[in-house]
Design a protein around this ligand. Structure first.
Ligand SMILES: NC(=O)c1ccc[n+]([C@@H]2O[C@H](COP(=O)([O-])OP(=O)(O)OC[C@H]3O[C@@H](n4cnc5c(N)ncnc54)[C@H](OP(=O)(O)O)[C@@H]3O)[C@@H](O)[C@H]2O)c1
Length: 332
């Protein structure tokens, strides 16, 4: 590998890809995408569709790319929750198989973006997911993708981030996600209650912490390991996160009345009839995320101490980063 490794980044137009493109330093990054992408600090944009044979490239272009690439960051994925299992197969599972084949030809290690929610499905998980859990097909597909990579024999790492929020210092994100949407709804006083299992941590991580960890891993030549990009026992609890929402609302001249926190299995939390559609949707997403977190142990596994020690990931309080994310989202 050259002093400045050439890194192929799949999913360059996504939230993680865009964050990586802002953080990139000592590597030459090729931004792989199907459609338009904000190139940021990318050396070049490469058209790639991981659901197609040879990533959608002509054989000579595929071979030339493999000859050029030293490292692959595989971040492309179908990330929307609530689709049936089979819809995740072409991109999340078969796409990962194609990326592994490409990496083998290139002789390149893969850094794979999985999800911390796989903790709910690993042996020893603390509970089961209900048939209707909106995240389950997505999470299953990510775990299967991890297995595809393991079976491929290609050297690889697995990064397992929890739900990501904006940049740790500015709150910036290329696109608002479920955490921002639901937080905004709570801050506007729209949540009649919050369904969360007792003892669950509200584990969200600034996106640049993931990007920094991945880039340091590449620069350090790391080619194996599983890294839980979570706060684990340091993560805020529901009361802390609601206090931050109240602080954010107050700064905008709104008083957020105390929101009851209810066990998702409680009768009151199960009957959503009569509530507006958006309220029903958000409450049921919160309930399902709580179920995944509880099945993952309530407090997600974490590699944060190792990421700080070995990869120089900065020590940022999640509560501060969450408040910055709320401010950034409000300013949009
Ligand atoms: N964001 C989070 O909170 C979070 C948390 C845990 C794990 N993750 C994992 O991190 C990875 C990146 O997440 P994200 O938030 O950046 O996702 P995202 O914003 O939804 O972006 C998904 C990316 O995948 C690309 N993609 C989809 N289908 C593709 C295909 N057939 N071929 C090539 N590229 C394709 C998209 O490209 P187009 O623009 O062409 O559609 C886009 O760049 C995912 O694998 C996800 O599972 C994310």
């Amino acid at each position: 590998m050259s002093a400045r490794p050439v890194v192929l980044l799949t999913g360059a137009s996504g939230v993680v890809g865009q964050s990586l493109l802002r953080e990139v330093g000592e590597v030459e990054l090729l931004a792989a995408t199907r459609g338009p992408v904000e190139p940021g600090r990318a050396a070049r944009v490469v058209r790639c569709d991981v659901s197609l044979p040879l990533l959608g490239l002509e054989p000579p272009a595929y071979r030339a790319l493999a000859a050029e690439v030293d490292v692959v960051v595989h971040s492309a994925g179908l990330t929307e929750w609530g689709r049936p299992d089979e819809e995740y197969v072409p991109v999340n599972i078969e796409g990962t198989r194609r990326v592994a084949e490409f990496a083998e030809l290139a002789g390149a290690p893969v850094h794979f973006m999985s999800t911390a929610f796989v903790a709910a499905l690993l042996p020893g998980a603390g509970g089961t997911l209900s048939e209707t859990n909106v995240t389950a097909p997505y999470v299953r597909s990510k775990l299967l993708a991890e297995r595809v990579l393991a079976d491929s024999g290609v050297p690889h790492t697995v990064f397992r981030p929890t739900n990501l929020i904006g940049d740790s210092l500015t709150g910036w994100t290329s696109r608002g996600q479920i955490v921002q949407l639901i937080s905004d709804w709570i801050c506007r006083g729209r949540a009649p209650f919050i369904p969360v299992h007792e003892g669950n941590r509200i584990d969200v991580v600034p996106q640049d912490l993931l990007s920094k960890a991945v880039l340091r891993a590449i620069e350090g030549g790391v080619t194996s390991g599983e890294f839980w990009v979570t706060y684990g026992p340091e993560a805020m609890d529901m009361a802390q996160s609601l206090r931050i929402c109240a602080e954010h609302a107050a700064a905008r001249g709104r008083r957020l009345a105390p929101v009851p926190v209810i066990d998702p299995d409680d009768e009151r939390a199960r009957d959503l009839s009569g509530l507006p559609q958006l309220t029903r949707t958000y409450l049921s997403v919160l309930r399902d995320v709580s179920e995944v977190t509880r099945a993952g142990g309530g407090v997600l596994p974490t590699s944060m101490p190792e990421l700080r020690d070995s990869f120089g990931v900065p020590k940022i309080a999640d509560t501060d980063a969450y408040l910055r994310t709320l401010r950034f989202a409000s300013g949009r």
